[in-house]
Design a protein around this ligand. Structure first.
Ligand code: ADP
Ligand code: MG
Length: 458
């Protein structure tokens, strides 16, 4: 039963929301603004069930109009954003007070194309972000930026592995600035979204317009910048936008899963720009911070959680904060379904069931080799061997890439694992795969899947 509340569900909802945001910004470039405002922007993504994306419309009129005129287009765009086919399921939103919707629509082409306003996620504020040793510098930097954009740390570069609060902090900066000035011209984009919009603008001969929009920004928040590694044209564009904004004294905030110096294949000029302000890391939080995060999340959700139990979870649930939150969702769901309190016994049972055995330990080198070997159907001994045959060498390079990604061990150490190989050949293998992944979607997907398979619980 608890599966009704899994972490994946929540992530899917967030994913849908962000995909919908992208669809709206794409549509805004071609659909008249009154159609956007009076119809399309009124739809609310509710959730996704298999291939069915459920959207609520505020009135029957809006619902029918959208279904009539836009359903196929919305399905296509949403499908592109989500990466799979979707069917749009429009339903009526049940509200106490129906929203006033005009019956006549004047279709005019807007003179200026506006990007939709960014709305930070409500709960991602500074007030909900727990500070600990692991994130102190990043929070201080983010707060300083929110107080005085463009004046202290510019750019602010925050890095850390997944699920440690980078996106939360970016939203917190935006939220704080918009609280002070709701019209502040700020933009939040994931680097992936930036690439897509840039490519779209190039294909449609709208690059001037794209640049005009980029350069009118007062605060530029770019999430997951590692995504543009190996994408030369996009890097060039980011470089020019960066310089333009920076020279104008506009604030830039970047997040990445690794420090600038480890962004191999990133244009050197861009990399040094990234390092020119404050570079702040976020590490895995210690047990006390994890406990405080759990208590804070529980309070926000009105879940009664004792300090002892929070501590027990903080000590025993392995991994990042997202996983920790997932554990809270699991215990809460179990407690409510079974009509029992969140006690030690319940937590022990769930930890045993879901988290035992993964510990904080990373997969071993042998596990990585076996998985890659199995995937490519090549014996492990060959992968560690000396053959230069293309398929074997490729599997070896993939294994090097995954080993480095997961263990972050030194090149020298990794060279040792692969049978005393030179550390530069390990670096080259890694770079080669990074480069290929940037160009080859399929390989990218395969490697992400392999990595995911090494962490069955994540
Ligand atoms: P990232 O962007 O680094 O992958 P997110 O910002 O998406 O991570 O954070 C994952 C989840 O963990 C979010 O729900 C976020 O609210 C939560 N989180 C991470 N760190 C903290 C913290 N210090 N205090 C409160 N919540 C946190
Ligand atoms: Mg993030």
């Amino acid at each position: 039963m608890s599966d009704q509340y899994t972490l994946e569900d929540r992530e899917e909802a967030i994913h849908l929301k962000s995909a919908w945001g992208n669809v709206l910004s794409r549509l805004a470039k071609e659909v008249p603004s009154n159609v956007m405002e009076r119809f399309l922007k009124l739809l609310r993504p509710e959730g996704i069930e298999g291939h069915c994306a459920v959207f609520a419309a505020p009135s029957a009129f809006v619902l029918e109009w959208v279904r009539d005129k836009y359903q196929p287009k919305l399905q296509r765009l949403l499908g592109e954003e989500l990466g799979h086919d979707v069917v749009l399921d429009l339903k009526l939103e049940l509200r106490e007070k129906p929203v006033e919707v005009p019956r006549t629509v004047v279709l005019t082409t807007p003179a200026v194309v506006e990007t939709p306003k960014f709305v930070p996620i409500e709960k991602y504020g500074f007030d909900n972000f727990i500070i600990g040793q692991s994130n102190r510098l990043a929070v201080a930097g983010a707060r300083a930026v929110a107080q005085a954009p463009g004046q202290i740390y510019n750019p602010l570069f925050i890095y850390g592995s997944s699920g440690l609060g980078k996106t939360h902090l970016m939203h917190a900066i935006a939220k704080e600035i918009l609280r002070q000035d709701p019209n502040y011209p700020l933009t939040y984009v994931s680097a992936q979204q930036f690439v897509e919009e840039f490519v779209h603008a190039m294909q449609n001969n709208r690059i001037d317009q794209f640049r005009k929009i980029q350069r009118g920004i007062g605060l530029w928040l770019v999430d997951d910048i590692q995504f543009i590694v190996g994408k030369d044209k996009t890097q060039e564009e980011v470089f020019h936008t960066f310089n333009h904004l920076h020279q104008m004294g506009k604030q830039i905030v970047l997040c990445s899963d690794r420090p600038p110096k480890e962004l191999y294949l990133m244009d050197e000029r861009l990399r040094s720009r990234f390092e020119s302000g404050l570079v702040a890391d976020i590490q895995l939080p210690d047990t006390e911070t994890r406990c405080a995060i759990l208590l804070s999340k529980a309070r926000q959700q009105n879940v009664p959680l004792d300090h002892d139990i929070a501590m027990f979870l903080a000590e025993n649930v392995p991994g990042n904060v997202r996983i920790l939150e997932g554990a809270l969702i699991k215990v809460t769901a179990h407690a409510s379904v079974e009509g029992r309190a969140i006690d030690r016994e319940l937590c022990e049972m769930l930890i045993e069931k879901h988290y035992r055995g993964i510990g904080l330990a990373k997969p071993s080198f042998n596990q990585i080799l076996e998985l890659v070997g199995k995937h490519y159907n090549i014996p492990v001994t060959e992968i560690r061997g000396v053959s230069r045959k293309a398929p074997i060498a490729h599997a070896r390079h993939v294994a090097v890439y995954i080993t480095r990604e997961i263990t972050r061990d030194s090149w020298k150490h990794i060279g040792g694992l692969f049978g005393d190989r030179d550390h530069t050949s390990m670096m080259h293998a890694y770079q080669k795969i990074s480069e290929m992944m940037a160009r080859d979607h399929e390989l990218n997907g395969t490697i992400k899947l392999l990595i995911r398979n090494l962490f069955p619980e994540i």
